[in-house]
Design a protein around this ligand. Structure first.
Ligand code: NAD
Length: 498
């Protein structure tokens, strides 16, 4: 059986001490093994990145960008293989995996604009014969730690921008589905990246903790669950590193009485169940304003859900696949049980689904739960499965108060025909990414992605313009060339333009 190693200094490195099984979630069988990097292996990756940094820092931005152009071509040429690897280890259906890849490629395209993005700021004549400008210089070695649910897209949020800004990189992908991540890193190497500029270490907490404590690592980008994000942020910043740590979510959609219900149902189905609900932007709670709205929503959802197709990634007619592990499957089922025990009504029950030919797969069917209330365990926590919960409220303000009181603030959406209501909602809601009749308001690559509250620890969001700021530090230079005419005497008071 194949064992995945690590990409260090341009070469695949195998280490035999600790290994973990990677499952094909559609069959429940072990697909391959992955080596879990030891402290020494992670340190060798950091050393390679550290050594490659001076030359890469001094490589013109246009040359760094050209490698990204070639990388984009290779990603497109290898799209089918990448989608297969995602499907095999994550379980995502191929059309969805292709969508993930495309959203990732858009970040590579943005990174291709590096010379423009890094131009800096210049002011002529800030004083007599004095010019001043700000440059955005790279940080050095930076690290990325990524979750299982987007094994290609989330790494592509990070390393293309970090690299074109002049940094070198050590990536620690999820140990549950690392093959597609490792494969795209090898494509980047093939695109002409010098050895050591991009390194991938597979591993678990031991690898992460080594990255968090090593003095050579200047900054850490993390995406994953909130408890780990909080730990990463606290540890990285305590060690003097810059850190952005994106966490979990509980994304609510408000359904107003005037919403176009057919459209709302279609949008909610895709946003709640696509990728088995394992998206940090999945819409997992629908807040219906008024009982009449809730009744129409439930009836529409019930009808639409009867044709949901759940199965293996290999059949592109399927709407979504299994969840990532058997343990996670049990956790999702437990949330449905608890909602029922606490008084909610399971309208469509996905707990007993059987997928013919894939009896050992980690499947959960699409589930719709009505009469959910805020004190329920299933409402407070991120389920990360194909479960849509409906909460009934009387007013839009009550719906907004619920969202604003929740610990997470990643994404949200309102379905309405009322522009005034939509504007009030987007203005006052305490959430970082807002949709108006758009269920998954994932910002495009030339904006930036980030939630509020306990969905993001740090000051800067992921990718887009914030990534230029995160992966560089500002240096401001003030310059004068004294000539006979402007030479000044000794001055002890604070220089001003008065
Ligand atoms: P996770 O937190 O379990 O793992 C993420 C990464 O952290 C992995 O690389 C893992 O190896 C590492 N890790 C896990 N436990 C650790 C520990 N104790 N110490 C150090 N490192 C550790 O997350 P996951 O299950 O892979 O991903 C799903 C979660 O990610 C969900 O909560 C989802 O909402 C979130 N997510 C958030 C975003 C976002 O942009 N906000 C995007 C995608 C996923």
């Amino acid at each position: 059986m194949e064992t995945l190693g690590h990409l260090i200094n341009g070469h695949m490195v195998h280490e035999g001490q600790r290994q973990q099984s990677i499952y094909n979630p559609a069959t429940g069988a072990v697909a391959r093994q992955v080596s879990l990097a030891s402290v020494a292996t992670v340190e060798s990756a950091i050393a390679a990145a550290h050594q490659a940094y001076p030359a890469w820092r001094n490589t013109p931005a246009i040359k760094r960008a050209r490698i990204m152009f070639r990388f984009k071509e290779l990603l497109e040429q290898n799209a089918t293989r990448i989608a297969e690897l995602i499907g095999e280890e994550h379980g995502k259906i191929s059309h969805d995996a292709m969508g993930e890849l495309q959203r990732g490629i858009e970040n590579v395209e943005y990174a291709c604009g590096a010379p423009e993005l890094l131009k800096g700021e210049h002011s002529r004549h800030v004083g007599p014969n004095i010019d001043s400008w700000s440059e955005f210089q790279p940080l050095g070695v930076v690290a990325g730690i990524t979750p299982f649910n987007f094994p290609v897209m989330v790494p592509l949020w990070m390393f293309p921008m970090a690299l074109v800004c002049g940094n070198t990189f050590v990536l620690k992908p999820s140990e549950r589905d690392p093959s597609s991540t490792l494969f795209i890193a090898q494509l980047l190497q093939e695109a002409g990246l010098p050895d050591g500029v991009m390194n991938v270490v597979n591993g678990d907490k031991e690898a992460v903790d080594t990255l968090l404590h090593d003095k050579r690592v200047q900054a850490v980008s993390f995406v994953g669950s909130t408890p780990i994000a909080e730990y990463i942020y606290a540890t990285a910043t305590a060690n003097g590193k810059r850190c952005q740590a994106l966490g979990g979510a509980k994304n609510h959609a408000i359904v107003m009485p005037d919403a176009d219900m057919d459209n709302t149902v279609n949008q909610l189905i895709g946003a709640a169940f696509g990728s088995s609900g394992e998206r940090c932007m999945a819409l997992s709670v629908a807040v219906a304003v008024g009982d009449a709205t809730a009744d129409r929503l439930i009836a529409g959802m019930q009808a639409a859900m009867s044709s949901l197709k759940v199965g293996a990634y290999t059949d592109s007619h399927n709407d979504f696949g299994p969840v990532i592990t058997r343990e996670h499957q049990q956790k999702v089922l437990g949330f449905i049980d608890s909602a029922e025990q606490q008084g909610a009504h399971v309208v469509v029950d996905g707990r007993h689904i059987e997928v013919c030919g894939h009896e050992q797969g980690f499947f959960v069917g699409g589930t719709l739960i009505d009469h959910v209330s805020p004190e329920m365990h299933s409402y407070k926590n991120e389920i990360f499965g194909p479960v849509l919960q409906v909460v009934r409220v009387k007013t839009m303000q009550e719906a907004m108060d619920l969202i604003n009181a929740h610990e997470y603030g990643n994404g949200t959406c309102i379905f309405t025909r009322d522009g005034e209501a939509a504007r009030y909602f987007s203005d006052h809601i305490l959430v970082g990414m807002v949709g108006i009749n758009v269920p998954l308001p994932v910002p495009v690559a030339y904006h930036s992605f980030g939630g509020w509250k306990r969905s993001l620890f740090g000051d800067l969001s992921a990718y887009g313009p914030d990534a230029v700021r995160f992966y560089t530090r500002r240096k401001t230079i003030t310059q004068r060339w004294p000539s006979a005419g402007v030479r000044e005497g000794v001055e002890f008071s604070m220089p001003t333009m008065k």
